[in-house]
Design a binder for this molecule. Structure first.
Ligand code: HXC
Length: 258
């Protein structure tokens, strides 16, 4: 698929997917969503890729779903097309780690896209918001559910009911993002973090991702059991032997994803 609304670059085991509709602040139209889904699926299937970074421009990660494309749709249209339903599945179901590198606006579907990634690193100029209330709708790509889990009910309600934006400092304080960096350093830091993830055993990376994600879906007792079973299973891998032997021998591990 030739992409027109995103730019994909793969280097050093990292796939960078840059949203690229500058004239609309990277608003998520159907073409961009389809291209993003395709790029994530390709990265999943590409053995060279060990981590994905999804980013936008310095001004906007994404200013939301494309309002001009949605404005005239009817109830029947959005139900029939399952607007923003299955189209976001590739990212939600990605087994490889995904990092959102957010600068500028991450609003509505843009904020939701960032939250679909495994974690968010943001620039000091980032602004997060769920302003759908101002358009006479509500969030529709998980914002009411995921934002609440990230920042708690009080802040999530405040954001969804008023449509106010949260700046980078508040986003870090509230647990929405893992780190804040100067805007000019955003990609350097995101690539450094992705590089560190790419160096690890991808068996344990997948196990860690599965276990953390499980914490959102189950009770504490079930989650702890899931974690312990997965932890035990790691002892069947060569990478566990290598990782622990390397520590004992005071050398760097050479993981082989086995
Ligand atoms: C379509 C958009 C857009 C969007 C911006 N643009 N956001 N086009 N959909 N979501 C376009 C503008 O129309 C404008 O095009 C150009 O991008 C630049 O935007 P400006 O408004 O001129 O820039 P600025 O004054 O800097 O304001 C930036 C902004 C504002 C605060 C981000 O653009 C804004 O409020 N955008 C809408 C944010 C929003 O409501 N997002 C939620 C969408 S609903 P022209 O052609 O005039 O230059 C959503 C629902 C998800 O996401 C769930 C669906 C199921």
């Amino acid at each position: 698929m030739a992409y027109e609304t995103i730019i994909v670059e793969i280097a050093d085991h990292i796939c960078v997917i840059k949203l690229n509709r500058p004239s609309a602040l990277n608003a998520l139209n159907s073409q961009l969503v389809a291209e993003l889904g395709d790029a994530v699926r390709q990265a999943e299937a590409n053995d060279k890729v060990r981590c994905m970074v999804i980013t936008g421009s310095e001004k906007a990660f994404a200013a939301g779903a494309d309002i001009t494309e949605m404005a005239d749709k009817s109830f029947v249209d959005v139900v029939s097309d399952d607007l923003f339903g299955a189209s976001m599945s590739p990212l939600q179901e990605a087994r490889k780690p995904t990092i959102a590198a957010v600068a500028g606006y991450a609003l509505g579907g843009g904020c939701e896209l960032a939250m679909l990634c495994d974690f968010i690193i943001c620039a000091d100029n980032a602004k997060f918001g769920q302003p759908e209330i101002n358009l006479g709708v509500i969030a529709g790509i998980g914002g009411t559910q995921r934002l609440t889990r990230f920042v708690g009910k009080s802040k999530a309600m405040d954001m969804h009911l008023t449509g106010r934006f949260m700046d980078a400092e508040e986003a870090e304080r509230s647990g929405l993002v893992s780190r804040v960096v100067p805007v000019k350093k955003l990609m350097e830091v995101a690539l450094e973090v992705a590089g560190k993830i790419a160096e690890k055993s991808q068996i344990s990376i997948k196990a860690a991702k599965d276990a953390v994600n499980r914490s959102y879906e189950t009770t504490l007792a079930e989650g702890l059991l899931f974690e312990r079973r997965v932890f035990h299973s790691m002892f069947a891998t060569e990478d566990q032997k290598e990782g622990m032997a390397a520590f004992v021998e005071k050398r760097e591990p050479q993981f082989r994803d086995k």
